[in-house]
Design a binder for this molecule. Structure first.
Ligand code: ACO
Length: 331
């Protein structure tokens, strides 16, 4: 096991106020049922941003994380925001967040790796601490999936939700030596990009009347294929992070998987030999908030006392790209 370089000094979450239940789909003309959605995904409700933005949700999460870490905005060296739903295409949401927080010394940029993005961002941030670029890094995931979801497509619109999570990452030293990231693993497979993507609206086929009319700027997903790959890749990623930390499923206090679908979560836990009472599940309350799902869950387990200093947590994600990633941290 490597000596940890960076530890999580504080966490926070920013959740939109509006709750949409499975029963609310009838009112917008979607032919579905609470039973179908729960059986296939485990989702009961999700939060939908009405007035909130990726930046405002990220700011709420960041302020909580900074307060709990005992860090002022002026002490932040770098802000990394994972998002698949930036508020604007240019510049990065991270610079809007920097302005909002008044983190005037920080360098700020976005990371784009879909649902795995926050674990990617955390790995990037750890590298920056290792190389001496920064000592105190805000790592945020802020997602407004409702903005890129076709609210006429029942196979996708029932799955997603909005929200943000954040952590302050600091160098593991002094009292915190031995705490932090014990292992990290990241992989991608771009040959499978078109199983989960937004076909148009990017620089290749910019927005036009045609794109808007055929709704090809919204998320398109081959659900069954994604499901298969998610199960396989998350199982592999769990093994890699455990091997990297020289641990087994038995040594783990809590598994926090990406919250996309409870069936994918159960399969990942089974493969890693981690019983479900050690697996955190909140997909029932949030739906799939893409890269925000793990940091939201992490904040919940810490706030509720389910995890505490010293807890060993395995985190595993999978998403568009495909990308997948995993990490073991000791809080
Ligand atoms: N309500 C009712 N019926 C529906 C709905 C709905 N909301 N959506 C689809 N159906 C219908 C389909 O039209 C289809 O009907 P048909 O057989 O008459 O054609 C039937 O239900 C079965 O559809 P499938 O897509 O085959 O259903 P499946 O069992 O695969 O479940 C689901 C669909 C939930 C999307 C599943 O494939 C899944 O979870 N995939 C993983 C996708 C995912 O999590 N993506 C998130 C991004 S990646 C990540 O975060 C892991």
């Amino acid at each position: 096991m490597k000596r940890p370089i960076a530890y999580i000094a504080g966490t926070g979450r920013g959740i939109p106020a509006h709750v949409m239940t499975n029963h609310d789909f009838a009112a917008i003309g979607i032919e579905t049922s609470h039973e179908w959605i729960v059986e296939r995904s485990g989702i009961h409700e999700r939060h939908i941003a009405k007035t909130e933005t990726a930046c405002s949700m990220g700011a709420e999460a960041s302020r909580q994380a900074m307060q709990r870490a005992g860090v002022d905005a002026g002490e932040i060296d770098v802000i990394v925001v994972s998002t698949a739903t930036p508020d604007r295409l240019l510049p990065a949401t991270a610079v809007d967040l920097q302005a909002e927080l008044g983190a005037s010394r920080a360098a700020a940029f976005d990371v784009s790796a879909a649902c795995s993005g926050w674990l990617y961002a955390l790995t990037v941030a750890e590298g920056m601490i290792m190389s001496g670029v920064g000592e105190t890094i805000l790592v945020v995931a802020a997602e407004k999936l409702s903005a890129i979801t076709a609210w006429t497509d029942r196979s996708t619109c029932v799955l997603f939700g909005d929200g943000a999570g954040a952590v302050v990452l600091k160098r593991s030293q002094g009292r915190h030596a031995g705490h932090g990231i014990l292992s990290a693993y990241m992989r991608s497979d771009g040959t499978l990009a078109e199983l989960l993507y937004r076909p148009n609206g990017g620089a290749t086929t910019p927005f036009s009347a045609e794109v808007l009319a055929d709704r090809s700027h919204y998320v398109k997903m081959a659900g069954r294929e994604v499901f298969k790959h998610a199960v396989r890749s998350m199982a592999d990623a769990a093994d890699r992070a455990l091997d990297g930390a020289k641990l087994t499923g038995n040594d783990i206090d809590l598994l926090i998987p990406h919250q996309a679908n409870v069936r994918i979560i159960e399969a990942t836990a089974k493969h890693a030999n981690i019983p479900m009472d050690k697996v955190y599940v909140n997909v029932d309350r949030y739906g799939n908030t893409s890269s925000a799902s793990i940091p939201i869950a992490l904040d919940e387990v810490i706030r509720s006392g389910r995890a505490h200093e010293g807890s060993k947590i395995l985190m595993v994600a999978f998403g568009a790209g495909f990308t997948w990633a995993s990490m073991v941290v000791r809080l």
